[in-house]
Design a protein around this ligand. Sequence first.
Ligand SMILES: Cc1cc2nc3c(=O)[nH]c(=O)nc-3n(C[C@H](O)[C@H](O)[C@H](O)COP(=O)(O)O)c2cc1C
Length: 156
Amino acid sequence: MSHKKQLLIVANTPSDNTAALAQAALQGAQHPDIDSVEARLLTPFDTDANDVMSADGIVLGTTENFGYMSGALKDFFDRVYYPVLEHKQGMPYLLYVRAGLDGTGTISAVERIVTGLRWKALREPLLCHGAYQDEFTAQTEELGLLMAASLDAGIA
Ligand SMILES: Cc1cc2nc3c(=O)[nH]c(=O)nc-3n(C[C@H](O)[C@H](O)[C@H](O)COP(=O)(O)O)c2cc1C
C-alpha cells in the first residue's frame, strides 16, 4: 500500500487539444521535485466512487458542451455524488474547462455540484476558451503542479 498522497485527475478528452490538456495536467502533477504525491489520470467514465474515496485531491477537466459540462463528467458526478458525499468533505479540487466560446455555464454547473460535496477550491477555475492557444497547455500543467505542490506541502 502506497503512503503517497493520491492526486486524481478526471478529464474528458474528446479531441487532440483536450488530450493535450489532460496530459499537461498530469505532467504538472508528476513534477520531479515532488515525490510524496502519486498522480493518475482517468476519464470520467473510468472513474468510480472508490477512486474518489482514495484521492487526497482532485483535478477536474471538462469540455463545455451545449452550455454545460460534458456528459462524461456529469455521469461521473451522477455516480459518485452520494457514495462520497459524507466522506470527502473538504477535499481540495481544481477545475479547468475547455470551451469553444464560452465556458461560464460549465463553471457554474460544476461549482454548484462541488459546493454540495463541500470540496474546497484551491484557486479559481481555469477557463481555456476561444481558439486553441499553446498557453492553455502551460496553464493546465501549472494547475496540476499547484495541486501536487499543495498536497506535498500539506497545505491542502
Ligand atoms: C456537441 C458540442 C457542443 C458544444 N457546445 C459548446 C458550448 O455550448 N459552448 C462552448 O463554448 N463550446 C462548445 N463546444 C465546443 C467544445 O467545447 C470544444 O470543441 C471542445 O472543448 C474541444 O476543444 P478543441 O476544439 O480545442 O479540441 C461544443 C462542442 C461540441 C462537439
